[in-house]
Design a protein around this ligand. Sequence first.
Ligand code: ADP
Ligand code: MG
Length: 696
Amino acid sequence: MKDIKEIFGSCVFGDEVMKERLPEDIYLSLKTAIEKREGIDHSIADTVADAMKEWAIEKGATHFTHWFQPMTDITAEKHDSFITANKDGTVILEFSGKELIKGEPDASSFPSGGLRATFEARGYTAWDPSSYAFVKDDTLCIPTAFCSYGGEALDQKTPLLRSMDAINKQALRIVKLFGMNDVKHIDTMVGPEQEYFLVDKELFDKRPDLIFCGRTLIGARPPKGQEMEDHYFGVIRPRVAAFMRDLDKKLWELGVMAKTEHNEAAPAQHELAPIFTNTNIAADHNQLTMEIMKKTAEEHGLVCLLHEKPFAGVNGSGKHNNWSLCTDTGVNLLRPGKSASSNTLFLLTLSAVIKAVDEHQDLLRISVASLGNDLRLGAAEAPPAIISIYLGDELDSLLESIIKGEHHNDVHKTNMSVGTEIIPSIRKDNTDRNRTSPFAFTGNKFEFRMLGSAASISDTNVMINTIVAEAFREFADKLEKSEDFESDVKALIRDTFSKHKRIIFNGDGYSKEWELEAENRGLLNLKNTAEALPYMLKESNIELFSRHGVFNKTEVKCREEIRLENYCKTVHIEALTLLQMIRRDVIPAISSYTESLCSCIISKKKAAEKIDCSVEEALAKKLSKQNACLFELADKLDNAVNTAKEIEKIEDCALFYHNSIISVMNEIRDISDKCEQEVKREYWPYPTYDDLLFKI
Ligand code: ADP
Ligand code: MG
């Protein structure tokens, strides 16, 4: 492999390339606009576009595209070539400033909720200069935001950028109170760890459920699962290692800082973690990562499954969202400080997060709600659907003493008075890091572990940014009026900790006891998407979003609707796929095998000497009975799916899908899986879990 330094970012129109290829004044004005997040001066756009085009053509590009993120968790592109016709019939290659800044894809084929009815179908893409353009598949890709004619966000990037502005604005008010007047900007930083499965492409192609739904809808558990814990961090198999090497290289070319690759807990499961960066870029890079993972897998005869729960009874996949707040002067507000004042700022930030998470459990839960994730949350492998915060023993006992107003004895037995002296830096000790907590403090950042593997990281970060911005806003409103800052800030920290203590839980989040305990504490436990999403429309949530300019009321309503619709459609597709599999393949397979048993019985009975047929008879009877159940349940599912079509209100429809369709699907699966274990291998129509999970 070439030198990593040479490879890294080689397909990105990044800062260095811009500096080299743009006239100095234009480079500087672009850079300032990016740093200050201001609109680009249109007069420079033509020059930037031209430089981009020349560079992209050198990289082999023939087309350009506005690369955007409609509300589908995946990206969209509409390619145009650089070709423009000359009067004399020849062509020249052109790319204007206008084409760089604005595009007009037809919005009508992307989800828009009610926005489509109210506004024109046309949508606009607008260049986001804060995320660098890049060349991928011979195409110059320009990261863009996607809005309706009236300016409503139709994508996942726009609200993310708005939420980053919101938290920047409120966090700046806070740091100013601490005299940090040199800070001009505060960014949220994210490092998303991405989990995924790899399966053999040939086997994948034999399973309609994997093809249509990205997960298995039936499949008996193999005798060996992950109980031996021999896969986690185990030696990476050659085929997978080759895939990972290739993936890293492609990601590096695109400027994605892929850092760690290892096996995960389940067989055939792996993880990739990049080095953290600002949230907007992290979100774009995570989208790219998912896309390149899928493509690279295919090149290796594999398929990358990003679904949250591809296999029942085996760990699902998540995406750990590591989140922190960083000033442009390099201070991480979540790092315990070295001076009294920075310590107080740390504790204030910590209390803002605790308050935010406690007051807005619903929004965090909503941000990770999807059908796939419902199967994972609370399945004794991922955090339960209850939101809580883990702080670790050290920080927890510190908080206790703050609440009680006592002096704190830290583990080193140095007596310290809180907030005025140095907190020993919280050691990032892997052994006491609680993997069962959905929202864990890990030394200098929070790790939100509920996010599903297939989702964009945008929604989750929109929520975290907005709710923490709101807590900062309330704090700043109080403290800006304060006459005795020192004592008021300490009182505020203490009051916030004691008021929101219930959200802190350091125990085993997977245990049954916690569910009861959480209920006693009054914490929300929204078990499924259909139940969770309507919370979005709470008056206080609508107010919160509009106060911070993240969503207006229409946008909130649209998003809720789109996601509920998506939920219903996904269950619908799964139900139809299951029906097809059961009716066309499973029932006939069981029949065929029963038939062979019967022929065997007949032959035995014909034999001159009496041969025992009891096994064949018993098995044939049992399988026939189960097949009859499958037949009946398939009809039941079919009817339920038809009933769902008649339900008008989307909230009711989602609940119906959850209550009346998923349950029948589970019943069917149960019987089918039992039969799979008793039908002779060669009769079973699909590759089994054993094949899929253990044969790469
Ligand atoms: P693990 O959780 O597997 O122990 P690490 O703690 O090393 O791994 O990091 C996990 C992810 O957190 C990485 O993507 C890393 O870049 C990111 N990360 C580390 N520090 C920060 C920070 N201050 N803010 C946001 N993300 C961070
Ligand atoms: Mg982690």
